[in-house]
Ligand binder design. Structure first.
Ligand code: NAD
Length: 252
């Protein structure tokens, strides 16, 4: 079937649903200039992910922070939301989708205007003091001297996203599972489905009867297992087309 017929089928599913939840992975932000971790152009081909191991971070905060600053603040920090983030925000504002569960830590959904966003892995936009738990906006912290320290207690600051070896934050964890349980359409965008436990969330939605729409440039571990409608292509063009279809069909 052609992509345009599949997009129309997906748009009809969205229009006839009571509760549409989106689930986004690194792929949605690639066209904003942020590479994924895995795959050919992935970050882990360039960097050893060990600097994001919590025990390494606690023992070598300065070394770890040098890479954290370079990657997540100097480089990712300059990214802006793309058409796919904007399409999701418009769809939420018009009531077509209810919430976004994101594995991303880049804040681009919020920058695009999305309101109901559950950040399953936390966010790079905040730093937390590991001693007194005070939260800072990343913008207010001077990163010329590393590692950055708490202004109140001089404790070590850490980006408020999860490192390897850390638990999923609450309430994002329980809210995400709840969304999967109540969704009747679940829209997966740009995720390999290889990062547990996040990867299990779409399976819960499927078990509870949701139709699964998936957007990806290539098949993922979901495509041949739970996906009902696979929209093959880049997130920006597919999501812009999907949104236009939803509007057009709704006006008929
Ligand atoms: P992943 O890196 O494992 O996979 C990315 C997926 O996106 C792949 O399936 C790939 O085919 C697809 N993709 C690539 N370009 C695309 C495009 N233009 N349009 C649509 N799809 C595209 O991503 P993941 O499954 O989200 O897992 C990686 C983990 O790493 C995430 O959980 C996240 O926490 C973190 N991460 C976050 C960011 C970010 O915040 N932007 C970036 C990299 C990694």
């Amino acid at each position: 079937m052609s992509t345009s017929s599949l997009t129309e089928i997906a748009a009809n599913l969205i229009l006839n649903a009571n509760h549409v939840t989106a689930f986004t992975g690194a792929g949605i932000s690639v066209e904003s200039g942020i590479p994924p971790f895995r795959g050919k152009d992935g970050l882990w081909n360039k960097y050893d992910p060990g600097f994001l191991d919590i025990s390494y971070f606690l023992h070598h905060p300065e070394d770890s922070w040098k890479l954290i600053k370079e990657i997540f603040y100097d480089y990712f920090g300059k990214a802006n939301p793309n058409g796919a983030h904007h399409a999701l925000a418009e769809m939420e504002a018009k009531g077509y989708i209810k919430a976004i569960i994101t594995q991303n830590i880049d804040n681009l959904h919020q920058m695009a205007g999305s309101k109901e966003v559950y950040e399953y892995h936390g966010s790079s936009k905040q730093l937390v003091c590991l001693n007194c738990s005070k939260i800072y906006s990343a913008d207010e912290i001077d990163m010329t001297k590393l590692p950055p320290l708490c202004k109140e207690c001089k404790g070590l600051l850490k980006p408020d996203f999860i490192f390897f070896g850390e638990a999923i934050p609450e309430p994002a964890n329980s809210k995400s599972f709840h969304e999967a349980e109540i969704a009747d359409v679940f829209l997966i965008i740009g995720s390999t489905g290889e990062v547990a436990p996040a990867s299990g969330i779409p399976y819960i939605a499927k078990e509870r009867g949701a139709k699964i729409i998936e957007v990806n440039i290539e098949p993922s571990s979901y495509t041949n297992s739970i996906t009902d409608v696979f929209l093959n292509g880049k997130a920006v063009s597919i999501m812009e087309k999907l949104y236009k279809n939803v509007i057009a069909i709704n006006e008929i």
